[in-house]
Write a protein that binds this ligand. Structure first.
Ligand SMILES: Cc1cc2nc3c(=O)[nH]c(=O)nc-3n(C[C@H](O)[C@H](O)[C@H](O)COP(=O)(O)OP(=O)(O)OC[C@H]3O[C@@H](n4cnc5c(N)ncnc54)[C@H](O)[C@@H]3O)c2cc1C
Length: 465
């Protein structure tokens, strides 16, 4: 017989949304329990953000070592670079393990009760948890669904065997000679680029008419050029038809059928909110397509039930889940909070990287704003030249009348770190004058932001009345 325990708040899922929510709730004095059926840290920490960035780093290092072995071009040379993919994965797993332990420690020190098992709603206030030692029933006034997302499976390419989701692709211990990537979104391109650098022959197949269709074309051009330079073949406007005898069958944009030889096929055509397994059927929740519908307080249509992170739809990003988690904890604790963010930055860790915050020129214009846009290429940037990579640019989008910064974007090696400055500027309602009047350290890629803003402040805006 199971025993019922009562808490102030139950959180289902210990990904970045769930664990941040739990830690904050406990810190605010709420009796908090979090249920997780895999590992602390969720998709992000175990099979997403962290392992993918570790693999990307290892691939960059290998590419650099290979370049030095081939002469380098900057006066540094080394012997032949060798790769031990098993050891790379071991190092990646150690990074993940360290962060896992960090999340467990954070929850413990905050006083959160953790429960290993699969949670399922009985009703809007009760959850039953199938644990390794039997069923436990827990009740609370507030329940937060932070169940995350799952990779979308193509009917023509079901996962299994040589057809991989990102999870398996991040755990290979033997380098595929030929890797076909279906879907040129950020996950497919990040992993595909890493394997190309490690030595696989990579082919990318994308149904849209260009890679990274969720980004504007200007930002994706340097990435497409670099893929070409890395020897990655890209088919756009093409449809994956299925697998046959060591090959991926593709219908090209021109309507021809092609066989792309591939030992492994990585299918990354998107992720879907995880709406199965936790008892959605037991609740009368309104949905937004495949995601749980939420309002500006992450409340679902059922009183006392909240949803945060990927389960509540796009943008499916770890930092958005975390910010929602923190907000919901504070709301449950009785604070007045609502989602009032001006931007959620997004980074694509391709080569070069892309970072976006706020509105692009197109989205700003579509929203009715009269905008001015300035770009500063990295080709005259001291830091870019001294780092040996001057591709890419920084772009500033500002209102024509007031100079209010509506959007900041960049593409270039290492620009991910500009995300903090971009988000801060937009969140704090900076104008181009504010940015132009700020001293940016030299030599940094950030100086390109200063230059673009200064150009708009001095020459680009409408004459003031
Ligand atoms: C390859 C890859 C790379 C990525 N890179 C980035 C990146 O660089 N930056 C970024 O911001 N985002 C990235 N993401 C996306 C990011 O991982 C997600 O947006 C983020 O993990 C969402 O957090 P979450 O808390 O909503 O859910 P999740 O992290 O998915 O966590 C949900 C947890 O809930 C558990 N769970 C589900 N149902 C139950 C149940 N019934 N009972 C108990 N537990 C349950 C799951 O097992 C899981 O551990 C990446 C994703 C992938 C796949």
């Amino acid at each position: 017989m199971s025993e019922t325990n009562s808490y102030d708040v139950i959180i289902i899922g210990a990904g970045p949304g769930g664990y941040v929510c739990a830690a904050r709730a406990a810190e605010l004095g709420l009796d908090t329990i979090i249920v997780e059926n895999r590992r602390m840290g969720g998709t992000c920490l175990n099979v997403g953000c962290i392992p993918s960035k570790a693999l990307i780093h290892a691939a960059d290092e290998f590419e650099r070592a290979s370049a030095f072995a081939a002469g380098g071009g900057i006066g540094v040379s080394t012997g032949p670079a060798t790769l031990d993919l098993k050891a790379v994965m071991g190092w990646k797993d150690a990074v993940v393990g360290r962060l896992n332990a960090g999340v467990a420690g954070l929850l413990k020190s905050a006083g959160v009760k953790t429960l290993d098992g699969t949670a399922r709603f009985r009703d809007g206030k009760t959850v039953e948890v199938a644990t390794p030692t039997g069923l436990q029933v827990v009740r609370a006034e507030a329940i937060v669904i932070a169940a995350g997302s799952a990779p979308v499976e193509l009917p023509a390419l079901p996962f299994g065997g040589d057809v991989l989701s990102s999870t398996e692709a991040l755990a290979l211990t033997a380098l595929p000679e030929r890797l076909a990537v279906v879907g040129a979104g950020y996950i497919g391109l990040e992993i595909g680029t890493a394997y190309a650098k490690l030595g696989s022959k990579v082919t990318v197949v994308e149904a849209a008419d260009r890679i990274l269709p969720q980004y504007d074309a200007e930002l994706t051009r340097p990435v497409a050029q670099r893929l070409k330079a890395l020897g990655v073949e890209t088919f756009v406007g093409a449809k994956a038809l299925g697998r046959a005898q060591g090959a991926l069958l593709v219908e090209t944009g021109e309507g021809d059928e092609r066989r792309i030889q591939a030992d492994k096929i990585l299918a990354t055509v998107g992720r879907r909110p995880l709406t199965d397994g936790w008892g959605l059927e037991e609740l009368a929740l309104e949905m937004d397509g495949r995601a749980v519908r939420i309002d500006e307080r992450c409340r679902t249509s059922m009183r006392g039930v909240y949803a945060i992170g990927d389960v509540a739809g796009e943008p499916m990003l770890a930092h958005r889940a975390m910010a929602q988690g923190e907000m919901v904890a504070e709301i449950v604790a009785g604070r007045k909070r609502a989602w009032d963010k001006r931007c959620i930055p997004a980074i694509c860790f391709t080569d070069p990287e892309i970072v976006t915050a706020g509105q692009s020129p197109e989205t700003a214009r579509a929203a009715g704003a009269d905008v001015r846009v300035a770009r500063t290429p990295f080709r005259a940037n001291g830091r870019a030249l001294t780092a040996g990579r001057d591709d890419g640019f920084v772009r500033v989008v500002a209102r024509a009348d007031t100079g209010l910064v509506l959007g900041l974007q960049a593409v270039g090696p290492g620009v991910a770190e500009l995300a903090a400055a971009f988000a801060t500027a937009i969140e704090m309602c900076a104008t181009v004058d504010d940015l132009a009047g700020t001293v940016f350290a030299h030599p940094t890629r950030g100086e390109a932001l200063h230059e673009a803003a200064t150009e708009l402040a001095r020459h680009g805006l409408e004459p003031q009345a």
